[in-house]
Every structure is written in structure tokens, then in C-alpha cells.
Write a protein that binds this ligand. Structure first.
Ligand SMILES: [Zn+2]
Length: 288
């Protein structure tokens, strides 16, 4: 039997309201501890909705957050969701360089494995932050021992983004061997690629447009990969002074996220990313 490659995958990048990249309005790591933490309540809200809809997903936990919410990591895992890694300190690969990036993602993996007592397979870079010229990050991800990666955003975006990367799951050749990649889904129209399935795009796009995008993904045999952050289900979160454009993107339509997802979950079964990777890449994934 052949594997139907058009599947639905929900992913959550688990971080708090102040884990926004690349803005001087965002407090530095040394100050995070003093800030109000809202992530646990928001993750619980998402877990309750997923339970209600019978959806299993993949949660890319930031190590810094996981360390402070160990029982919630375990509860998330016990509910049937995959626990994967989003690095430890939410650093951009191309800003911190190879050595620091490696240390950060090794640390996050070890911490999550320690919390769970089992291996963590998946990784997603903060901000989909692997840009042209920083492809060494894939070598590092492989070296850190991850089994698959979901850091590629195959379109242009504020930070991160590999505009010409292959769409749909594929192998990336690294210095350490092949790395299985499941990129964020983007649709292409009139030679432009854009996302409708995560972050501000998901909150702004009307449902008929999102459904149109999903049909296009289906036709090309690609999985639908949705991504959200816990802060996106929290209209009452404190606002950072991000400037007009970033503020709009970060804070628009926050009240729409959960109802929109609930509707989208009716399109069919959702699977975890590790299960998809196993089915798509087959035996080669173990051997890689
Ligand atoms: Zn992030």
C-alpha cells in the first residue's frame, strides 16, 4: 500500500508572549524570568481544544519554557502529542553562528529527553530562521542528533525563509549525512509563494482562501502543515511596542485563532509530524 502524502499536520511552537524575534522592543533573555508567564494557560487551552476535536499534533517546545513547565510537557506527551524541540533560548541560527546554535539545540534536546525519559526526534528553528548562507544550520541539526527537521519556510519572510527551497518533504544533504525535512506549507500563485497556514497569515486569511490553498497543496501531493504559537490564542496578552507592521502581524485577529482551527480540523484526520516522517521517508529515516 502506498502512503497518501497529502496529510494534515498541526504544529505548535511552544513559547511565551515575549518570545518574538528581532525587535529591540523585546526584553532580553536576562529579563525573561521577571515577566509574567502566560504560556501554560495558553497551552492548556490548545490541549483542551485538540482533545475536544480528537486531533494529535506536534509541539516544538522551547527548552527555556519546558524547563519551567516540566509537568505540562509530560501532560502534553501523555495526551498523545509529539514533543519536539524549538531550541533552548530562541536564537536565530544566522545571528549566533554555528557553535552557539549547536550548543543551544543540543541543550534543548537533552533537557526535553530528560523530562520525558525518551528520545526527541524533531526540530524546528526559531523564526524558521535558516536563511541563504546559513545552510550550515542543517549540518548542525543533524550533528545534534535530530531525526527530522521542520525549519524550512520555502518563501520569503521577515526573518528566515529560503525562497527557492523545495516545497514538500524532501531530503537535505548535510556534511553529517541526509536530513529528513518537512517544510512549512506554502502555496504558489503567479510565481509568488506565500503561506496561509500559520502565524499572522492564518489569522488574516479568510477561510475560503485557506481552503483554496489546501486544495492546491492536495493537488501537488503535499501535506498541510499548520503552525501556531500559544500566544496566538491569548487576546489579553501584554503588547510589546513592536512598531506598526510587526504589531499588526503579531496581534491581529487573535480571537479568531481557535475558532478558525476548530473549523479547519473538520477537513480530515491530523497526524503527528514524527508519524508522517516515518511513513513518508520509510526505512531510510532510520538508516539516515
Ligand atoms: Zn519561535
Amino acid at each position: 500500500m502506498t502512503f497518501e502524502t497529502s496529510q494534515n499536520l498541526l504544529t505548535v511552537d511552544v513559547e511565551d508572549w515575549f518570545h518574538i524575534l528581532d525587535s529591540s522592543a523585546v526584553p532580553p533573555l536576562e529579563r525573561w524570568e521577571e515577566l509574567e508567564s502566560r504560556v501554560a494557560a495558553n497551552v492548556e487551552r490548545i490541549l483542551a481544544m485538540l482533545d475536544h476535536k480528537g486531533v494529535k499534533g506536534t509541539f516544538f517546545w522551547l527548552g527555556w519554557v519546558a524547563q519551567r513547565h516540566k509537568s505540562l510537557v509530560r501532560a502534553c506527551h501523555a495526551a498523545g502529542h509529539e514533543i519536539a524541540s524549538h531550541g533552548h533560548d530562541h536564537v536565530l541560527a544566522y545571528q549566533v553562528g554555528e557553535r552557539k546554535f549547536l550548543d543551544d539545540i543540543v541543550r534543548a534536546k537533552a533537557m526535553l529527553e530528560d523530562i520525558l525519559g525518551q528520545s526527541v526526534k524533531g526540530f524546528r528553528a526559531p523564526g524558521f530562521g535558516i536563511t541563504e548562507g546559513a545552510e550550515w544550520a542543517f549540518d548542525v541539526i543533524k550533528r545534534a542528533g535530530y531525526n527530522y527537521d521542520s525549519s524550512v519556510f520555502p518563501a520569503t519572510r521577515g526573518h528566515g525563509g529560503l525562497a527557492d527551497a523545495q516545497r514538500g518533504p524532501h531530503w537535505i544533504e548535510t556534511q553529517e549525512g541526509r536530513l529528513a525535512e518537512i517544510p512549512q506549507s506554502v502555496v504558489s500563485l503567479a510565481n509568488r509563494r506565500f503561506s496561509l497556514f500559520g502565524g499572522g497569515y492564518l489569522r488574516l486569511a479568510p477561510l475560503p482562501l485557506i481552503r483554496w490553498g489546501i486544495r492546491r497543496l492536495r493537488r501537488s501531493g503535499q501535506p498541510l502543515v499548520i503552525y501556531i504559537h500559544p500566544r496566538e490564542v491569548d487576546p489579553a496578552q501584554p503588547r510589546l511596542a513592536l512598531g506598526y507592521k510587526r504589531s499588526f502581524k503579531c496581534y491581529v485577529n487573535l480571537e479568531s485563532t481557535l475558532p478558525k482551527l476548530e473549523t479547519l480540523f473538520n477537513i480530515g484526520r491530523f497526524m503527528r509530524m514524527d508519524e508522517y516522517a516515518k511513513a513518508f521517508f520509510g526505512e531510510d529515516l532510520q538508516a539516515a
